[in-house]
Design a protein around this ligand. Structure first.
Ligand SMILES: NC(=O)c1ccc[n+]([C@@H]2O[C@H](COP(=O)([O-])OP(=O)(O)OC[C@H]3O[C@@H](n4cnc5c(N)ncnc54)[C@H](O)[C@@H]3O)[C@@H](O)[C@H]2O)c1
Length: 248
């Protein structure tokens, strides 16, 4: 096991990549706090993993972020890893996107990273293995129509990652994954920004150099690498995992 007896919080754990990361980390020995909004899916995942506790809530609420950290400390007595995956899209061009949707997208995709990290960092600095891993997106570097809040929030997440890496080295490593199109509910939601969503997903698949969509497990394997000792000399960086689509 690569992460035996480590303690981690995973946000966005009830679906897509967060769920795959939770399953992968649990197999590698991490004792988990699972964060998500969907109580049914969260409780079901908690049952499947023997070493996990589901704490339901809204990641845009700073008090919920504190609750996640407090729960980890109360139950396991320490905290080693944050894997931050919660994300929403906020679709519509700048003229159409309601101001409320702008704020909720920024709050979910960016401010929540600040909230969780803020409460977790005092504990992560005490760990021999302090790690923050942010799930950003190629949207941090490449623009997509009708995703203004999403692109801005992901670019912000990458900037925050780099800032925290500088501030908290060498105690805590901070990195970000930047996925391309991965087959999750969010990808299909994102495709609604295009006239023909099915065609948009098929086009994205064709546009990857490797001619397939990513799977949640592709991302979970990278997440495992980035929080394990295998990447012990990596901090303050983004790894693009996108089948090569950023080059097209
Ligand atoms: N799927 C893709 O193609 C893709 C590509 C690049 C980056 N990403 C990023 O990967 C991350 C995971 O997304 P996914 O594709 O697995 O999609 P997903 O929709 O399966 O997962 C997103 C999770 O975030 C949770 N979430 C959203 N708002 C929340 C809130 N206010 N409080 C608590 N939880 C909340 C959702 O409930 C969901 O479980 C996201 O940050 C997304 O932006 C996805």
């Amino acid at each position: 096991m690569k992460l035996k007896d480590k303690v981690g919080i995973i946000t966005g754990a009830t679906s897509g990549m967060g769920e795959a990361i939770a399953k992968t980390f649990a197999k590698e020995g991490v004792q988990l706090i699972l964060s998500g909004r969907n109580v049914e899916r969260g409780q079901s995942l908690e049952k499947q993993l023997s070493n996990a506790v589901f704490v339901p809530g809204d990641i845009t609420d700073p008090t919920y972020n504190k609750q996640l950290v407090d729960t980890a400390i109360n139950i396991y007595g320490k905290l080693d890893i944050l894997s931050l995956n919660a994300g929403v899209l906020g679709l519509g061009n700048v003229e159409e996107l309601p101001i409320e949707a702008w704020h909720s997208t920024l709050n979910t995709n960016l401010s929540s990273i600040f909230y969780t990290s803020k409460h977790a960092l005092p504990h992560l600095q005490k760990s021999e293995h302090g790690n923050i891993l942010i799930n950003a997106s190629i949207a941090a570097f490449k623009s997509f129509p009708n995703h203004p809040a999403y692109c801005a929030s992901k670019a912000g997440a990458v900037a925050l990652m780099k800032q925290m890496a500088v501030e908290y080295a060498p105690k805590v490593r901070v990195n970000a994954m930047c996925p391309g199109p991965v087959d999750t509910p969010l990808l299909w939601e994102s495709a609604k920004a295009f006239e023909n969503p099915e065609k948009a997903v098929a086009n994205a698949e064709k546009a990857t150099l490797l001619k397939r969509l990513g799977t949640p497990m592709d991302i979970a394997k990278l997440a495992l690498f980035l929080v394990s000792e295998d990447s012990s000399w990596i901090t303050g960086t983004t790894i693009t995992i996108d089948g090569g689509i950023i080059n097209t």
